[in-house]
Ligand binder design. Structure first.
Ligand code: GSH
Length: 216
């Protein structure tokens, strides 16, 4: 199959697909677009005007979780659990991860310290939900990579960078999450899933958006 991934370099939802493509050693092409001024062909193909957009032999796929499912079903090894119920649970937690990505975006873009603190608190509250499934080893097991790992690694990578940008953005994790996050961001497939100057580009992007996190 000919796989082409349409991307914006800083998008965590695109990064999920890149991690899986790398993990499965699938050959693919990457095309970056300017989301502020998307090309006409992209507007025609992307129903919601969002990346990731994946072209599979020219056929259009969108929504990061659907792209993950498609890649997993089409290329070995399979990372989604075989058992129907467990697989459905993994999909549900991936959806939860998407909501966390929206909260982290709000936190990063917060215009002042107070707004950042509020978003960080919301994120810390939401993250608590992950403790039980991690303790029950529903996912996050060091020996078994899953699509949940691919879906959450972009979140933890960003939170790690924000803490480096300003200590006010340091998210406090309960131990099972801290261990999982540390493991995920050190995986080669995760480290290699972003552009080389990712941190600096992210900083510039936030600065342009007036984020307090990178002011001063
Ligand atoms: N639910 C989508 C979210 C994708 C998304 O929000 N992508 C952002 C970039 S990170 C985007 O394309 N935004 C452009 C826009 O909303 O106009 C997914 O999981 O693929």
């Amino acid at each position: 199959m000919n796989i082409k991934l349409v991307s914006f370099a800083l998008c965590p939802f695109v990064q999920r697909s890149v991690i899986l493509l790398k993990k499965k050693q699938i050959k693919y092409q990457l095309e970056y677009i300017d989301l502020e001024q998307p090309p006409e062909w992209f507007k025609r193909l992307s129903p919601m005007g969002k990346v990731p957009l994946m072209l599979v032999d020219g056929e259009v796929l969108f929504e990061s979780s659907v792209i993950l499912d498609f890649l997993d079903e089409s290329y070995s090894p399979r990372f989604h659990p075989k058992d129907n119920l467990t697989r459905a649970q993994h999909k549900a937690w991936i959806e939860f991860g998407s909501s966390l990505l929206m909260v982290q975006h709000g936190m990063a873009m917060a215009a002042d310290r107070k707004a950042l603190a509020e978003k960080k608190q919301q994120l810390e509250n939401d993250l608590q939900q992950l403790v039980l499934p991690l303790e029950q080893q529903l996912f996050g097991h060091p020996d078994h990579f899953t699509l949940v790992d691919a879906a959450y690694a972009p979140l933890f990578m960003r939170l790690d960078l924000y803490a480096g940008f300003h200590q006010a953005a340091k998210v406090i994790y309960p131990k099972p999450i801290a261990d999982w996050a540390e493991r995920l961001i050190s995986l080669p497939s995760v480290r290699e899933s972003v552009v080389d100057d990712f941190s600096e580009r992210l900083r510039q992007f936030l600065k342009k958006g007036g984020a307090w996190l990178v002011k001063g």
